[in-house]
Design a protein around this ligand. Structure first.
Ligand SMILES: [Zn+2]
Length: 92
């Protein structure tokens, strides 16, 4: 029997540049007004960037202004807090 290999699309983290599956990452989307949103369901339209669910990657992205660089918009404090809450507890 031939086993079918299911192809899983990979996304690249903006901080560490590792490629992972979507479910291991968080998507940030820029809405039409230029506001950055946390896209937990991965369904929001707009330009998006992915980041690992990792405190290290979040710190790097914040310090190096990677959200601004990749999405042309500055994340609001509120978004960063949401991300911290989501990622913060994750040991990695
Ligand atoms: Zn990463």
């Amino acid at each position: 029997m031939v086993q079918k290999v299911k192809k899983v699309p990979l996304r690249q983290c903006i901080a560490c540049r590792t490629k992972k599956t979507k479910r291991e990452m968080v998507r940030i989307v820029r809405d039409p007004q230029g506001k950055l949103l946390l896209d937990l369901k991965g369904k929001l339209p707009g330009r998006g960037a992915y980041i690992c669910v990792s405190g290290d990657c979040l710190r790097k992205a914040t310090i190096d202004h990677l959200f601004a660089r990749h999405l042309d918009a500055k994340p609001e404090a509120e978004l960063l807090t949401e991300l911290e809450n989501l990622i913060g507890d994750n040991p990695d």
